[in-house]
Design a protein around this ligand. Structure first.
Ligand code: FPP
Length: 239
């Protein structure tokens, strides 16, 4: 049930989440960091439920960044296997809920082939779903995305005088993805951390103190409440 003070006609169309704090959550409990990631799965699927109840059309989550390769090999390996396992175990449930799965990020040699296969399979199986799109930012970096866009623009031979904001936007990983209206980061860290650098230009930012494994749909709803209390001007004046 969505609380009555939430205006369902002004729900953000696109919410982007930074699922931060899994490691700290585990450490606080004397567990291994990887157990924090495992506990993050329930938070993710509760957030998906909340987004569906709210009528959000796009939900983007940061699952693995281009900087995360610097973590200990064990943790990187775990995250590769964990992402694959979530896709295999949960894509059918997402399909039944009308959730289309897409990915944003680099498909470089470091991403295991079997994970790429499951990513493709997950996209294919949910391609027809229209209730909501879940974008999984995987091996994603905001700077890498802009670099990749610039490379493709040059490769296509587009002359400098023809390049506008729109040209860049059309060469990002998911050109049809609308910019997020709201970005939520958990764990009390006030940073963007190379997430959707281009796309977040005018997004409202909400920082929640809760660590990601403790995040539930109520926290997402509260972020929407804060969003609805803000006045978005996009650099112009209040209308
Ligand atoms: C950040 O916590 C979290 C991650 C690096 C990974 C989170 C991934 C998931 C919950 C799975 C997503 C999978 C799919 C398929 C969508 P951290 O390790 O940076 O925490 P810390 O800041 O406390 O160390």
């Amino acid at each position: 049930m969505i609380p009555a003070d939430i205006d369902l006609t002004r729900v953000p169309a696109h919410i982007a989440c930074v699922m931060d704090g899994n490691g700290r959550w585990a450490t606080q409990r004397g567990l291994k960091r990887t157990e924090g990631h495992a506990a993050g799965e329930e938070a993710l699927f509760d957030a998906v439920e909340g987004a569906l109840e709210l009528g959000v059309k796009w939900l983007t989550v940061y699952a693995f960044s281009t900087e995360n390769w610097r973590r200990p090999l064990d943790e990187v390996r775990y995250l590769m296997g964990f992402n694959e396992s979530i896709l295999v175990r949960r894509r059918e449930e997402l399909r039944e809920k009308g959730v289309r799965i897409r990915f944003a990020g680099r498909r470089d040699w470091r991403v295991p082939k079997r994970l790429i296969k499951q990513m493709d399979e997950s996209m294919a199986r949910t391609a027809h779903c229209t209730t909501m799109t879940l974008v999984i930012a995987f091996n994603y970096g905001g700077r890498a995305e802009i670099v990749d866009a610039v490379k493709r623009i040059i490769e296509e031979g587009i002359p400098a005088h023809k390049i506008t904001d729109k040209t860049i936007a059309q060469h990002l990983y998911l050109p049809d993805m609308p910019d997020p209206d709201l970005m939520v980061r958990t764990s009390g860290e006030y940073r963007i951390s190379n997430y959707l650098l281009w796309e977040l230009a005018y997004s409202e930012l909400v920082f929640a103190d809760v660590l990601w494994p403790d995040f539930r749909r109520e926290h997402l709803i509260d972020a929407v409440r804060q969003y609805q209390a803000r006045r978005r001007r996009f650099g112009g004046l209040e209308s």
